[in-house]
Write a protein that binds this ligand. Structure first.
Ligand code: ADP
Ligand code: MN
Length: 270
């Protein structure tokens, strides 16, 4: 049987507690003991076999590349999104919640903060399930445990993650073909937004060229922890912002975008 491995950058840093400010970037990658325990459990249970390195370090989550080597199937790549626990992720936000008794009751740094993170992870997992089951391209949600979400990896066979729409270049194409390409992708994205609205009853809520990957000529929806249902009081407001972001991006690539009003009608209309 293969040996389970973790080769995470900063994985052991938590044990040597570095406190100087200059080391902040490293410290933010530190995994707390509970998160490390969950990763070890995933390794032991062959949900993943190796964690290789970080794909993305964000304010609220890190995404790691992992590999699973099943006994009875081909090896496969995985993406593991680790939501940062409250103490680290909400450090900069503490001033927003410190005056709020709901967050301070029982200690903001202890129980409550952590459960907020777990709720987010769970929301992302459930939203992904809904989006995936309807057939909109998105990572396949595979496993959730507290603040750790294991999903299908979007990228090539060598383990290179797919680029974000923001970072795609069609350098091999001539200018006209490139323009056509963006037109096609624009239509593709609007169609996904419409299906997501009607069939999943969800509004993405943080949609932009940063939260869409491009892989094998398709757009892949990611980062849906904040996606909301229709009955959320602000869902249509969020949808308008999503529409604006999408319009701005494609306009900047010379696509003649529809009016935001008409896109809104297209997405929400019967
Ligand atoms: P954040 O909350 O940090 O923005 P995201 O869900 O947007 O988290 O993921 C951050 C980045 O990680 C993405 O921009 C993408 O590059 C990469 N990523 C996320 N999920 C996957 C995946 N399933 N496969 C490959 N790369 C991914
Ligand atoms: Mn994101």
């Amino acid at each position: 049987k293969h040996a389970s491995k973790i080769k995470l950058e900063g994985f052991n840093v938590g044990e040597s507690r570095k406190r100087d400010k200059s080391d902040r970037a490293t410290r933010e990658q530190v995994l707390d003991p509970r998160t490390r325990m969950i990763l070890y459990q995933l390794l032991n249970r062959d949900i993943i076999s190796e964690i290789n390195g970080v794909i993305s370090t964000g304010k609220e989550a890190n995404v790691y590349h992992a590999v699973v080597l099943p006994d009875d199937a081909l090896p496969a790549h995985r993406a593991v999104k680790v939501y940062k626990t409250a103490i680290l992720a909400f450090k900069d936000r503490s001033r927003y919640v410190n005056g709020d008794y709901r967050f301070n009751k029982g200690g903001y740094n202890k129980g409550n903060g952590r459960s907020i993170v777990q709720v987010w992870a769970e929301k992302e997992f459930r939203n992904l399930k809904r989006i995936h089951s309807i057939g909109i391209p998105c990572p396949e949600p595979l496993y959730l445990r507290q603040n750790v979400l294991v999903m299908g990896f979007v990228g090539d066979k060598k383990g290179h993650a797919a680029p974000r729409l923001r970072d795609v270049t069609f350098s091999a194409l001539g200018p006209e073909e490139e323009e056509q390409k963006y037109k096609d992708l624009y239509v593709q994205l609007l169609t996904y937004m419409r299906i997501m609205y009607h069939s999943c009853r969800l509004v993405h809520g943080d949609l932009s060229e940063y939260n869409v990957l491009y892989h094998e000529d398709k757009l892949i929806m990611i980062d849906v922890s904040q996606s909301v249902e229709h009955d959320h009081p602000r869902s249509l407001e969020f949808l308008r912002v999503d529409i604006k972001n999408v319009s701005d991006f494609f306009r900047s690539h010379n696509v003649e975008v529809l009016s935001e009003r008409n896109i809104f009608k297209f997405i929400t209309g019967e």
